[in-house]
Design a protein around this ligand. Structure first.
Ligand SMILES: Nc1ncnc2c1ncn2[C@@H]1O[C@H](COP(=O)(O)OP(=O)(O)O)[C@@H](O)[C@H]1O
Ligand SMILES: [Mg+2]
Length: 517
């Protein structure tokens, strides 16, 4: 008999089915990973368990007995405690006060199970290696780093001596050493019979600490796997399903059509660049960052003045002298910093999806009815399986991966011939990455010429048919097909094997180890 089982858990938010029949079965003494892409319902399921979200339907059994969890207090009384990435500490109070606040009195009322000063000191001592020497019960929470605050939040949950401890992305703000400490504490807790539910985007953490993992996709449980019998790649495949079979180009019947041909392009930060992109091809831009990759995309997009050179699209010369002209010529740019450039964050999703086609509409002086525009936006949302409540919701309501998909959808509405992607997955979690890869591949397969700048060599190797490596704004070398490996990309970026190792200066050689890569 499992310690706890949840079945048939449903929860809707307006039009969004956050949970659509999810289930979860937990054993005493295990660390149970809860995995799934952004928006798959992990946090909602945890919140149902912790009593902060009431489900539309659910069957929950604890020790084989049906229970209902209507309020956080019910969960607390059953020995369920939760820690989220979002902290719940009161900034203006001391660590000690926050830790006492965290322990709810029992319903019986007479039993005071508030943590004693001695218990608080004990748990703080246990966390000492992660908290550092200065943090005591009298320290104000506002003076702590996010990592220290997260540890205090964990202490608050541990003080309850929970039977089930939920850690929902609780390691996100922790340093490596603090994560190691947390893992030690998790092992002590599970040895004493506690079940830990562990959510993290870092799969190596899941592989290290979890005994089993349940995988959610679109609000449904798709599998429960035993970690010792699986691998990171199997986990990812189970998480993202068929979409992200980053099944590559191999069998792609590519025509020889040249969509984009650039000769001698010289613009700010870019010198004398020649490149060809065929129909359906993904051309990668590699090299150390800041070697002209973004500048090349901006020049192609008409955002910076072209000083020399020519651009041909489908055999015809085009003059991308402004962004409006480039857009009109079928060029689309998905900028790297989606917060500031890609989306107007406060605007509604539909409006964001319509801006480009709107501009084209104005240019063409065509009147398309709002109704049609809505239809087109809804199509794009469906096609990219973007999880939204409604088209009128603000973009800020979307998770990072979904927001990035809106940026991509926005350009697809314009039916571009050339899509320029500037580090589109930077800062996006691994499963949203896989979905974006699938979209990029689909774009290419539909006949669009794609140029992808990426700071991630694995991503270039995974996605691209060809990669040009830039150095100081010029093409240094080109890698094709099987030549595109992360090792060769790093070597090419560093000019190794190009006969002039002697000229690699130290700043350049040191860069790839920088935190930016
Ligand atoms: N309070 C809420 N209001 C509206 N939609 C929500 C709310 N909480 C979650 N959702 C939606 O439910 C889905 C599942 O979200 P969540 O459980 O946070 O997923 P995960 O933790 O796996 O990223 C998402 O589409 C999210 O946008
Ligand atoms: Mg979550």
């Amino acid at each position: 008999m499992p310690l706890l089982s949840m079945t048939g858990v449903h929860k809707r938010y307006g039009g969004v089915r956050a949970l659509d029949g999810a289930s979860l079965s937990l054993e005493a003494g295990e660390v149970h990973g809860l995995l799934g892409p952004n928006g798959s319902g992990k946090s909602t399921l945890n919140k149902v368990l912790a009593g902060t979200v009431s489900p539309d339907a659910a069957t929950i059994e604890l020790d084989g007995q049906p229970i209902t969890i209507g309020k956080p207090r019910d969960a607390a009384a059953r020995g369920i405690a939760a820690v989220y990435q979002q902290l719940s500490l009161v900034d203006s109070l001391t660590v000690g006060r926050n830790l006492t606040l965290g322990v709810e009195p029992t319903r019986a009322g007479f039993v005071d199970n508030r943590a004693s000063a001695a218990e608080i000191d004990e748990v703080l001592e246990r966390l000492r290696p992660g908290l550092g020497p200065g943090v005591t019960a009298t320290t104000e929470v506002s003076s702590l780093t996010p990592g220290q605050q997260q540890l205090v939040e964990i202490a608050k949950a541990v003080l309850r001596r929970p039977r089930i401890l939920i850690l929902d992305e609780a390691t996100a703000s922790l340093h490596r050493d603090q994560v190691q400490l947390l893992f030690e504490i998790i092992r002590e807790l599970t040895a004493a019979g506690t079940c830990v539910v562990f959510v993290s985007h870092r799969l190596e953490e899941v592989m290290t600490i979890c005994d089993r993992a349940t995988i959610l996709r679109t609000g449904r449980t798709v599998a429960t796997l035993t970690i010792a019998e699986t691998s990171e790649s199997e986990l990812v495949r189970t998480m993202v399903g068929d979409v992200a079979q980053a099944e590559r180009r191999a069998e792609l019947a590519r025509t020889d059509d040249m969509v984009l041909r650039v000769r001698g392009l010289t613009a700010p930060g870019v010198s004398d660049v020649d490149l060809d992109v065929h129909r359906g091809e993904i051309l990668g831009l590699g090299g150390l960052q800041g070697q002209g990759q973004s500048e090349l995309l901006l020049a192609l997009f008409g955002a910076t003045p072209i000083r020399a050179g020519e651009i041909e699209l489908n055999g015809r010369r085009v003059a991308n002298t402004s962004v409006v002209k480039a857009t009109g010529n079928g060029f689309a740019l998905v900028p790297g910093d989606r917060g500031s450039q890609g989306l107007f964050m406060q605007r509604a999703i539909q409006e964001n999806l319509s801006i480009v086609s709107l501009r084209r509409r104005l240019l063409a002086a065509l009147g398309i009815s709002m109704r049609r525009e809505r239809g087109v936006a809804a199509d794009a949302v469906q096609r990219l399986s973007i999880k939204i409540g409604g088209l009128d919701d603000p973009v800020t309501s979307l998770s990072g991966g979904n927001a990035q998909k809106v940026v991509i959808a926005k350009w697809l509405l314009n039916e571009p011939a050339v899509v320029l992607l500037d580090d589109p997955t930077k800062g996006v979690d691994i499963s949203a990455k896989a979905e974006i890869y699938a979209i990029v591949r689909e774009l290419a397969d539909s006949g669009v010429a794609v140029i992808l700048n990426s700071s991630d060599d694995v991503e270039l190797a995974e996605l691209c048919d060809r990669v040009i490596v830039l150095y100081e704004g010029r093409i240094r070398t080109q890698l094709v097909g099987d030549e595109i490996t992360s090792d060769r990309l790093v070597a090419a970026a560093l000019l190794i094997g190009e006969g002039d190792q002697g000229t690699v200066d130290e700043t350049v050689a040191a860069a790839p180890d920088g935190s930016d890569r």
